[in-house]
Design a protein around this ligand. Sequence first.
Ligand code: PLP
Length: 416
Amino acid sequence: MDFAYRNGALCADLVPLADIARRFGTPCYVYSRTAIERNYGEFSRALAGRNALVAYSVKANSNLAVLAVLALLGAGFDIVSGGELSRVLAAGGDARKILFSGVGKTEDEIAGALRAGVLCLNLESADELQRVATVAGRLGKRAPIAFRVNPDVDAKTHPYISTGLKQSKFGVPYAEAERLYRDASSIEQVKVVGIGCHIGSLMSSPGPFIDAAARIHALAERLQRAGINLSHIDLGGGFGVRYRDETPAPIAEFIDGALGVLPGRKEMLILDPGRSIVGNAGILLTRVEYVKRTDAKNFLVVDAAMNDLLRPALYGAWHEVRPVREAESGAATAVYDVVGPVCESADFLARDRTLAAHPGDLLAVMSAGAYAMSMSSNYNSRPRAAEVMVSGADARLVRRRESTEELYAAEEVPTW
Ligand SMILES: *Cc1c(COP(=O)(O)O)cnc(C)c1O
């Protein structure tokens, strides 16, 4: 019960969201530390007693306070840029538990990761292997590497977040992986330490995840026969959460299923969940500015928009919208689209919702902890929202609202 009504007031842990709006303003992201810890705990329990690492996928929510909570729990981190590396280190994350993923690492990013001493660079192409070897040679280091292998398994999810099929830009083709590993093991400047895959996001059933684990297991066996020994097997993230009425399988089912097809493997098992750690641990708090009725539709125009939460516009994603003050029974309701002030028809947070709402009312857009603030932008010159973290009865500002001056602080008007 991280976001629940208490005496008719929607609360984050023990703090009424109305109090948070009063103290910090709207739009505002609110995260529950309790929920993050509980979600992480599901992974650590399912992996108890094994040589394993949960490497939180930073792109899901990269606020320093979120990273710090996870670092304290002993989490590792899966990063996709030099910016994320910097954040993890600033939040107190352990470099030796960092995996550097992503298809387009620059020379500077590779050098930064090697200097920091990350656990592993997950490579996505033969070209990248050469580049990493060159950079490592220049720094007089040996780069720890794995290949992200594309197991050609359909995660059965939205095409934009499906990454494990042959046609995907991600990973090296399964059939070429063994040759790449042989090449890598002959290069002095790199050290082969692992193998990885990640087939997509929002998986609701463990079948595809287990299929991918079996394919990776078969490849690891072949590598072993070729004299290439690995220290870790990384099966990625992508575990689904409930947004509406989905019923994703418990994390333990994914993990137990995967362990079942990795018999006798001694390597450290790595998972890199993002959404399942933070997705349901956050909400977006917004205020109704206007109630607009037309012949065709009713709109609640709120102070949050697609620049704050892009998922509805980008994926047609569904987020529950709840009134912060529980509606009285018998209150007059209407069917509304909940829209922001941005000048795009795609600027909606929710469509066709039955709500009793008036100007000034607060609404909570639920399950907005993942791929929400981290995907936000300043489109329409909108300062980004504040972020607050709640722990029990304590609410703290973890990112202040941007000022309008900050929006153009890096810009200059040339004097010709
Ligand atoms: C994005 C990503 C993840 C996290 O996916 P979730 O669906 O948020 O769990 C894990 N691993 C890699 C390599 C990723 O790119």
